[in-house]
Write a protein that binds this ligand. Structure first.
Ligand code: PLP
Length: 450
């Protein structure tokens, strides 16, 4: 089979690859699990050779050995971290994006793709109540979204008031680790604000943190989380937004996990105040049924983000001078997969109501899972779930027992559940974003704890 040549052998390989991909999309995925380097080396050895393995063999190596060493995040009992659950339409369309060689950097390169992506971003903006001129781009994940938003925030603050001795961002200790990581990359300080008895960041705590800053430090942004990773808590967005505005600071909402629930009427009021956000991140690859990697980053005033992120060079001037909507102007990136397209396609196919129903389904499963935990005498629910994270303890268990149980569950192929810690004590956490996860799936996991 020649490279850059579509001959009969290529055609055979095409159908073999399609069959594999289609089968994966329509099957009940196995959970699978990691192997060691030694095990993988024993199984497949050296896969890159001088003359190539040929299509059949390379595909067999992947299908028989490499894929089973990768966990399926869409398995209904993958309940660790934040799972993924792409719709069939979204997963299928990912094949099209790969086949199409669109460079999603600029309008010039991929106007049709960017137009469609922008409609998907608009749906999220409307759910959040952002103004008509709001917009942004799709980036690889919440981490890159948070970093890019904070870079825009600091750039704006610097243009307004020059450079202080130190920049700082106010954030609760419940914020995702990527916010501290972004602060590290940007060399800015993190001012930690406490949370209330419902574990929410409140306006007063933000104001207190800002007032307590040291001389020479300027707070350029406040980050609230709309759905904390560990517990699914939505900060008091209205108050936090108000406190940020009072201090002249940018208000960023990290809804990488939780903002999918903007589509769910049963919890929409938790997000009141999100319309104040200067920037907002939500990951469709988490709870909006898109394949990895797809995060939506939206700015209230995209011009501010453009000022911070547009790259300038002789070879880019022709693009910049056109004055069109270039996704690369809104984040720390240039070349870009049009990674919002699978999400757009699924939205276009199914309509937004299907998203509302799917998110509500997962919320209801989480509520019924909480009932199961509360009814079990050996389990202790840490808090009634706000969104779709269940955190609880197996009474009497040590960190070692949680770890051994988690390993065994994974090794058996039953479920992926990882221990976490809450208030410094070990705990378990189930995150439900997959509409195929049923109450029975949760019962299967909980039963193994008795
Ligand atoms: C609230 C929150 N923010 C940011 C992130 C980071 O997102 P990503 O893993 O897509 O970079 C996560 C991931 O779980 C998250 O839950």
């Amino acid at each position: 089979m020649g490279m850059h040549e579509y001959d009969e052998t290529t055609d055979d390989l095409a159908w073999a690859v399609f069959r594999y991909a289609l089968n994966r999309i329509r099957m009940d995925p196995p959970l699978d699990g990691p192997l060691t380097v030694e095990q993988l080396r024993d199984a497949v050895g050296q896969t890159i050779t001088r003359d190539g393995l040929g299509g059949d063999e390379a595909l067999a190596v992947f299908a028989d050995h490499l894929a089973p060493a990768c966990i399926s995040a869409d398995h209904p009992r993958y309940l660790a971290f934040v799972p993924g659950a792409p719709s069939e339409a979204a997963a299928l369309f990912d094949l099209v994006v790969g086949a199409s060689s669109f460079c999603g950097t600029s309008w010039l390169d991929a106007s049709g793709a960017v137009y469609a992506e922008n409609q998907a971003l608009r749906w999220i903006s409307d759910l959040a109540g952002m103004p008509a001129e709001a917009g942004g781009c799709f980036v690889s994940g919440g981490t890159m979204g948070n970093l890019s938003a904070l870079v825009a925030a600091r750039d704006q603050a610097g243009r307004r008031s020059g450079r202080p001795q130190r920049w700082a961002v106010v954030v609760a200790d419940s914020a995702h680790s990527s916010v501290a990581s972004a602060a590290g990359v940007m060399d800015v300080d993190v001012l930690e604000a406490g949370t209330d008895d419902r574990r929410r960041l409140r306006g007063a705590a933000v104001s207190e943190a800002i007032e307590g800053r040291s001389a020479g430090t300027e707070v350029f942004a406040v980050v609230a989380t709309a759905g904390t990773t560990n517990l699914g808590v939505v900060d008091a967005l209205d108050e936090v937004g108000e406190a940020a505005a009072a201090a002249g600071a940018w208000f960023h909402v990290d809804g990488a996990y939780g903002c999918a629930a903007l589509a769910a009427p049963s919890v929409r009021d938790l997000f009141d105040g999100i319309e104040r956000a200067d920037s907002l991140v939500v990951d469709p690859h988490k709870w909006l049924f898109a394949p990895f990697d797809c995060a939506a980053l939206i700015y209230r005033d995209p011009a501010v983000a453009r000022a911070a992120h547009t790259q300038h060079a002789g070879y880019l001037d022709p693009i910049n001078e056109r004055g069109e909507w270039n996704p690369s102007d809104y984040a720390q990136m240039l070349t870009r997969r049009a990674r919002g397209l699978p999400f757009w396609f699924s939205l276009a196919v199914h309509g937004t109501e299907a998203y509302t129903e799917a998110v509500e389904t997962t919320l209801e499963v989480a509520r019924r899972g909480a009932d199961l935990i509360e009814a079990a005498p050996h389990l202790d629910l840490i808090m009634v779930p706000t969104l779709s994270v269940l955190a609880f303890r197996r009474i009497g268990w040590s960190a070692g027992e949680y770890a051994a149980w988690s390993e065994q569950l994974m090794a058996e192929g039953t479920a992926l559940v990882m221990p976490t810690s809450v208030d410094g004590e070990p705990a378990l956490r189930l995150c439900i974003v997959n509409p195929r996860t049923t109450v029975d799936d949760l019962a299967v996991v909980l039963d193994t704890l008795s």
